[in-house]
Design a protein around this ligand. Structure first.
Ligand SMILES: [Zn+2]
Ligand SMILES: [Zn+2]
Length: 811
């Protein structure tokens, strides 16, 4: 038996920790153990069992939490690859990979000992504990604790302390005197969701009609109904309570059954007609899956070309041969309707993982996958870690979407992790998009991926015609700043007359994005960030879109007290108001983060549009993502080009993608669509190529710029950000690292900085950054690793340095 074990812990330290294994317990590699760490007890993942005596003193493992490995060899290796590639502590990577937080409970309980019983007895007789050196107050506390514990088997630490107001010191003293004992009950527990169920006990006479209705409903349902079904069946809760009191019905709690979605499915897999390009793409995917070797495919299909149908058919193939598949979708892409489609196609074989699940729900899904009950997994970013066995296929839908990049530690990109996981599993990875990222398309042109094209929309529907409106000319001709151009207004009017539908995109939420003082000229900024606050008119407050800070709408300038504050610019809330004014008869709804709180709200607005209850849908980029509304024949784009002014090398790519995506919403039914694209940059190539639906044209032009500037895909790029809420510290630390970079040789690596980050202050932190570019990823990562070692020697906290490898956001 191994004497020692190496454990990865969820702490910001780049090494594992060695513990001694007591004879009584048997840890396993890939399973979790509970260990003492500084003043705490932490769960960690066992990496290795061995007999090499460590040079430093070791502590004992406390307990084994899993008797079977949670992470198999492949997932352990994937975790190590992520830790290495993204310079993230391995324990933090494993924490992200295992969504089982709900199963681990920390807890301390106390109970009274025989000594304690005796002391209590004595104190009761003499009124004090004579031999104690405690102060009178402490004696009183001790007495209360003993009294409290003698009345029960044990008590949790928090309960005991709040009931007796005993301090930690008093309790520790009592443990030392052996009056009470302390036990650590931290550990795992099965996180099961329970629901209330009404169970039929006996039929009866003398029932009123609503009671009779309940008894009948229960009998029809086989004697059992979940309480949540009562509303849908219009059964009375109060009658149910009466039946409960009379013993006719019993209420019990049962583990919740898994339901993928309550929504109605929209498409039937068996009804899908595939065109030639779809069939060819599907054939190629099937061939690669059959070959059981790694291969990467890039599925480039224009908007509306039927990529989803190809995904589902490919997943069906995998399921039929008894293997597993994972489908990754962007954050907003996984609506209840998509889940319903999948459930319709695959039944209980499908598991869903996304960020709106509660912790117990996520743990439940995870176990279904681990047990092999669900062999198809659909989910957002972290579903790439789903513990499927026999993995054959990973599909990444909208592979260019920014939500695949995690913007906190570990800063992994789910698309790139998917490619690596497929390599390790000898599986096939399919990256799908209407607007592939430069990196992926570049890889396809270099034959690292096989390129599959779906050049046409389904049923030969044409791509929409795009008309550009130059807003500079609009200003000259009308004499004032327009939000909705004359051309767009005219086109909307025509659609309303013809009972067709319209979407209008303005990618900025709120009412006015800027408040300025006419007297001193200063803007109103967030307390925590160097960012202007946005006016939200309906909620009547100012809001920071970066940290969520809110403040009342100012009547006077906060800087000089002047009355002359004015509100500038237009957000989606104001656009909605303007459109109401222009088209008072039209039914208009807005879709942005202020109106959408959950997936259900999002789905509701889309359903209203689908069923014809809406004429105009206004919104941010949320409206641009992959849904399919047949009667939308006009898309208006109002100020989607603001990003072109950002100091970020991906600005053009993002703008091109957004314009293409939103234009793709038009004309997905039988009537051809049209797009009115209002812009202040009509000559910019991102705008021009988007208007011509010319991905390859855009790609080639953008690639020349990237090559010239040595940006990805021509280099590996990392953003190193040093931050602190104390400006001096942030400056000092970035200076220390800057000097280190200067005197360290780093051939073939360009280091830019330190420089103030484009957003100097964010969420209270002052921020300075370095941008590193290199054609050699190995050398880049070696330099970053050396920098982190140096930073640790200089006592710069690891938590105050963000190392973002393949950063997609340099702000
Ligand atoms: Zn002022
Ligand atoms: Zn803020």
């Amino acid at each position: 038996m191994a004497e020692f074990c190496d454990v990865a812990l969820p702490v910001p330290v780049h090494s594992s920790f060695t513990y001694r294994v007591p004879d009584s317990i048997q840890p396993i590699v890939g399973g979790r153990v509970l260990v003492p760490f500084r003043q705490r007890r932490l769960p960690g993942v066992v990496l290795k069992l061995h007999d090499c005596v460590p040079k430093v003193e070791t502590k004992d493992l406390l307990r084994v939490l899993d008797t079977e490995p949670l992470l198999d060899g492949q997932l352990l290796n994937l975790g190590k690859w992520i830790a290495d590639y993204y310079l993230a502590p391995l324990g933090e990577v494993f924490r992200t990979m295992l969504p089982l937080g709900a199963e681990f409970k920390r807890g301390i309980v106390y109970y009274i000992t025989d000594h304690g019983q005796a002391a209590l007895h004595l104190a009761g007789m003499s009124g004090s504990s004579a031999r104690s050196r405690s102060t009178p107050q402490d004696q009183l506390s001790e007495f209360r604790v003993l009294e409290y514990l003698t009345a029960r088997d044990s008590a949790r630490a928090e309960t005991l302390r709040s009931a007796t107001r005993a301090s930690q010191v008093v309790l520790a003293n009592m443990v030392r005197k052996r009056w009470i004992a302390r036990e650590d009950v931290s550990g795992t527990r099965q996180a099961t969701r329970l629901v209330k169920v009404a169970v039929l006990k006996q039929a009866g006479d003398k029932l009123n009609p609503s009671q009779k209705q309940i008894i009948e409903a229960l009998a029809t349902a086989g004697g059992k109904l979940r309480l949540e079904q009562f509303n849908a069946l219009q059964l009375s809760r109060s009658s149910l309570n009466t039946l409960g009191r009379n013993g006719k019905v019993e209420m019990v709690e049962e583990p919740a059954e898994f339901t993928v979605s309550q929504a109605k499915p929209r498409l039937l897999l068996s009804n899908l007609q595939f065109n030639a390009a779809q069939r060819a793409a599907l054939e190629e995917i099937r061939e690669q899956v059959d070959a059981t070797n790694f291969s990467g495919l890039l599925l480039h299909g224009v908007t509306g070309s039927g990529k989803t149908a190809v995904y589902l058919a490919a997943m069906r193939t995998v399921l039929d041969v008894g293997r597993s598949a994972i489908l990754l979708v962007p954050e907003i892409g996984l609506t209840p309707a998509v889940a319903a489609d999948l459930h319709q196609a695959f039944g209980d074989q499908v598991a869903i993982l996304h960020s709106a699940l509660t912790d117990p729900e996520r743990a439940e899904q995870w176990h279904r996958i681990k047990r092999g009950d669900a062999r198809l997994v659909v989910g957002t970013r972290s579903a790439v870690f789903a513990p499927v066995s026999n993995l054959s296929l990973i599909i990444v839908d909208e592979e260019q979407d920014a939500s695949y990049k995690q913007e906190e530690m570990p800063r992994y990109h789910a698309r790139d992790v998917a490619v690596m996981r497929a390599k390790m599993a000898n599986a096939v990875v399919v990256l799908g998009s209407a607007t592939p990222s430069l990196e992926s398309y570049f890889n396809a042109t270099k034959h690292k991926y096989t390129l599959l094209e779906l050049p046409d929309r389904v049923e030969q529907r044409p791509l929409p015609e795009v008309e550009i409106v130059d807003m500079r000319i609009e200003f000259q001709e009308t004499g004032h700043e327009q939000v909705v151009s004359r051309k767009l207004a005219e086109e909307i009017r025509q659609r309303l007359d013809r009972k067709e539908q319209v979407m209008v995109l303005l990618n900025r939420r709120g009412y006015s994005p800027l408040v300025l003082c006419r007297t001193c000229g200063k803007p109103l900024e967030c307390k925590n960030c160097a960012i202007a606050l946005t006016l939200h008119k309906r909620s009547h407050r100012m809001e920071c879109h970066y940290c969520g800070f809110t403040s009342p709408v100012p009547r006077n300038c906060v800087h000089c007290g002047s009355d002359y504050v004015y509100f500038l610019g237009t957000g989606s809330e104001k656009l909605e108001e303007l459109l109401h004014g222009m088209f008072p008869q039209a039914r208009i709804t807005r879709l942005d983060r202020d109106t959408v709180r959950g997936r259900e709200d999002f789905e509701r607005a889309l359903n209203a549009l689908n069923s014809g209850e809406l004429d105009i849908l206004v919104g941010t980029q949320m409206i641009a993502k992959g849904h399919d509304i047949h009667r939308v024949t006009l898309v208006g784009v109002v100020g989607a080009d603001a990003a072109l002014g950002f100091p970020d090398f991906r600005a053009a790519e993002r703008t091109f993608q957004l314009l293409t995506q939103v234009a793709g919403r038009a004309g997905r039914g039988n009537t051809p669509g049209k797009v009115i694209l209002q812009t202040y940059f009509p000559d910019h190539y991102a705008v021009q190529y988007a208007a011509q639906h010319d991905f390859v044209g855009f790609y080639e032009k953008e690639l020349r710029f990237r090559s010239w500037m040595r940006y990805p895909p021509y280099s590996a790029l990392a953003n190193v950000l040093v931050r602190n809420d104390d400006l001096d510290k942030a400056l000092n630390w970035s200076g220390i690292l800057g000097k280190w970079f200067d005197r360290t040789t780093h051939d073939g690596i360009r280091v830019l900085g330190p420089a103030a980050a484009p957003i100097l202050r964010l969420k209270r932190d002052y921020r300075y950054h370095f941008v590193l570019k290199s054609s050699s990823r190995e050398r880049l990562n070696a330099l970053l690793r050396a920098m982190l070692t140096y930073a640790a020697q200089q006592k710069i906290p690891r938590t105050q340095i963000n190392v973002d490898v393949d950063a997609i956001w340099l702000m």
